[in-house]
Design a protein around this ligand. Structure first.
Ligand SMILES: Cc1ncc(C[n+]2csc(CCOP(=O)(O)OP(=O)(O)O)c2C)c(N)n1
Ligand SMILES: [Mg+2]
Length: 333
């Protein structure tokens, strides 16, 4: 499948934005500037960006606890996200969501999700809405290798087949659930066959290679969009950081992290493809790098200066007040 120059430029910018956002968030957490608990996506950028390259704003995605990359790839405002992580009331979710609950319904981002395998059932609901409305939209759930043994994932996959809805299950295999390797956690040695046994096709890709994921996701999304029911994508690529920021990573093999950064870097692989094809020049890519670095720097400056919630704002929109007759009332402190 040939990819337009505009999409190539946009995709590289998105991957670079995710990379720099994550590395900067890591540094700010280590400096004690960002509250809460954070899981970084660095290394897996090609998965989110290549999948979202096939979506428009009104297709939906549902994300995970490792969700910054998915949200940026789907078009979330980077400055709003940075403010959200810093706990500002000007953040995308008024500073109440934080890292694990970034959402932007207008952009089709139904939310990051702290519940492992919480996303697939939600995407089946969104896909059912698309089928009923006959609007040609697809609903993508991103979830990890740790999600595939969860009952919610099995139930969602089965229901998507039974209902023949346009749900696309993107399984990001980064080889670990928290600190447990997939070889230990998954009993069967052919996960693709096990998933296809639910009754839909699964396309596997090297998650370090944007073009491989783009092709696999293109097939899966076209299948679902054409009304053929659900489809799956397995993208395989390790994460560069620990499970969470601060994870000592004693479970890693010797040289594993160096090998990942050296030989499995989606940004480097993308640049190698461009050097071969000549579709984008080094100067064009370098210019994007510089613009992204400046954008991320500005987002941090703005997030540090942004308003913090007042005590009243902290409790607003948290509880629903029900009227005397049980009718749902307004959101209330
Ligand atoms: C239902 C549920 N069980 C356990 C947890 C704790 N937990 C958080 S992340 C995680 C591992 C998830 O692994 P994976 O799905 O592979 O995603 P990754 O962290 O590798 O991106 C676990 C067990 C949780 N959040 N939700
Ligand atoms: Mg994992």
């Amino acid at each position: 499948m040939s990819i337009s120059k505009e999409t190539l430029l946009h995709s590289y910018r998105s991957m670079k934005t995710i990379r720099e956002f994550e590395e900067r968030v890591h540094a700010e957490i280590m400096n004690g500037q960002i509250p809460g608990f954070t899981h970084l996506y660095t290394g897996q950028e090609a998965n989110a960006v290549a999948v979202c390259a096939h979506l428009d704003e009104s297709d939906t995605i549902i994300s995970t606890h490792r969700g910054h990359g998915h949200c940026i790839a789907k078009g979330a405002d980077v400055s709003g996200m940075m403010k959200e992580l810093f706990g500002s009331s000007d953040g995308l979710c008024k500073g109440k969501g934080g890292s694990m609950h970034v959402a932007d319904i207008d952009k089709g981002i139904l939310g990051a999700n702290g519940i492992v395998a919480g996303g697939p059932p939600i995407s089946v609901g969104s896909a059912l809405a698309a089928k009923i409305r006959k609007n040609g939209k697809v609903a993508v759930s991103f979830s990890g290798d740790g999600s595939v043994n969860q009952g919610t994932c099995f139930e969602a996959m089965n229901m998507a087949v039974v209902l023949q809805v346009p749900a696309v299950f993107v399984i990001e295999n980064n080889y670990y659930s928290e600190h447990t390797h997939i070889d230990y956690a998954v009993g069967c040695n052919d996960l693709k066959a096990r998933t296809e046994a639910f009754g839909f096709p699964v396309f596997v890709a090297d998650g370090a290679d944007f073009f491989a994921v783009h092709e696999a996701a293109g097939k899966a999304i076209a299948h679902a969009r054409a009304g053929n029911g659900p489809a799956g994508v397995f993208a395989e690529q390790g994460r560069y950081h620990g499970h969470f920021v601060g994870d000592p990573q004693a479970y890693r093999g010797e040289g594993e992290l160096d090998d990942l950064r050296e030989n499995h870097d989606p940004l480097k692989v993308f640049r190698q493809h461009m050097a071969t094809s000549g579709d984008l020049s080094e100067a064009e890519l370098d210019a994007i790098d510089a613009e992204v670095m400046a954008e991320i720097e500005q987002s941090v400056v703005d997030a540090k200066a942004a308003a913090r919630p007042t005590p009243e704002q902290v409790t607003a929109d948290v509880y629903i007040q029900y009227g005397a007759n049980g009718v749902r009332g307004t959101y209330h402190a």
